[in-house]
Design a protein around this ligand. Structure first.
Ligand code: DAH
Length: 339
């Protein structure tokens, strides 16, 4: 019995010494100390031992057991220490390294330009309103004095949802929606997305943004329009900016004009930026057509007003000297970060 016990112990201790990792340590524990383990088997065979020897054998087995447990525990602690040291070594933090900065988003040039335009008009007492991007033909065309067969409808070809519902081609329908509410006087701008079936190139996109402006009150004249837009241009492009009104035609205004500003790059002497002319076109405008007022329930004998429409991308491209509109839609962070 004693020899058997010694042999088992010797074998077990050898195995424990040869252990290389924690995982196999438990296998050894089970193999020797478990319910069906070798030491437990020795205890089970106690019935074959002479009764007077039993206490002695029992003690030997218990001592062996205690010794094995102690050895296993020692080995386990050693492995755990080693693992911890390895982990700590791996996780060493070099506090002298530069910190990783979190990536913070950046405002889009369109948003920066829009904020600027809104700031200017809110400063002049305007309200900022919104209209739907999916619009009725009536608001987008008819009520703006663009009847069914008008050529302007072709120029602003768009995406139709049904026969009389479409993606708006301009923000001008918001004028009609606000006038219909009948809260006079009106001083508002209406920024928003518009749609046309245009091919993508450096200056066109099937979806872009406009900012509509509308003022309706008693005794509003073209002088008010000129003064307002001259002030707008100065605030947006610089104190020395001059404006020029060129006669033009829009169905919903009469008279109508296109507005140019002196090139803020060369001051008007002519450069590559303004293609040598010294002027840059920025918007369309005019006095609201009496027919348009009437259709929206406003008496043209009592009230008059002016309107204007600016392309937001155009402002952003000019202000930040970006030469290709497509860059505004690609959302490349390396590009957007520059503004
Ligand atoms: N809606 C016009 C366009 O998209 C721009 C415009 C011109 C708006 C004259 C106006 C205006 O309010 O008075 O081409």
């Amino acid at each position: 019995m004693k020899e058997q016990l010694n042999a088992i112990m010797e074998e077990a201790l050898q195995k424990i010494n040869a252990l290389v990792n924690l995982e196999t340590l438990n296998d050894i524990r089970v193999a020797y100390l478990g319910k069906k383990g070798e030491l437990t088997n020795v205890l089970k065979s106690m019935k074959d031992v002479a009764p007077e020897e039993r206490p002695m054998v029992g003690q030997l087995v218990n001592e062996a057991r205690a010794k094995l447990e102690e050895k296993l525990e020692e080995k386990k602690t050693a492995f755990e220490m080693k693992l911890r040291e390895e982990k700590i070594a791996k996780e060493t933090i070099d506090v002298t390294l530069p910190a990783k900065k979190p990536m913070v988003g950046h405002r889009h040039p369109n948003s920066i330009a829009l904020d600027e335009v809104e700031r200017i008009f809110v400063g002049m007492g305007y309200e900022v309103v919104e209209g739907p991007e999916v619009e009725y033909d009536y608001y987008n065309f008819e009520a703006l004095n663009i009847p069914a067969n008008h050529p302007a409808k072709d120029e602003q070809d768009t995406f139709y949802v049904t026969g009389d519902i479409l993606l708006r081609t301009q923000t001008s329908p918001v004028q009609v929606r606000v006038m219909e509410q009948g809260n006079l006087p009106i001083r508002m701008i209406a920024p928003g997305r518009v749609f046309r079936s245009d091919e993508v190139d450096a200056t066109h996109s099937p979806s872009f943004h406009q900012i509509e402006g509308l003022v309706i009150d008693k005794n509003i004249t073209f002088a008010d329009l000129k003064g307002t837009l001259a002030e707008f241009a100065k605030q947006l492009f610089g104190e020395n900016t001059k404006v020029k009104f060129r006669p033009h035609h829009f169905p919903f205004t009469e008279p109508s004009a296109e507005v140019d500003v002196t090139c803020f790059k060369c001051g008007g002497s002519g450069c590559r930026f303004c293609k040598g002319s010294g002027w840059i076109e920025i918007l369309g405008c005019g006095m609201v057509h009496p027919k348009v007022l009437k259709m929206s329930g406003i008496d043209p004998n009592e009230y008059s007003g002016f309107a204007f429409g600016v392309g937001l991308e155009r402002i952003a491209l000019l202000k930040y000297e970006i030469d290709d509109m497509r860059l505004l839609y690609e959302n490349d962070v390396r590009f957007l970060k520059q503004f």
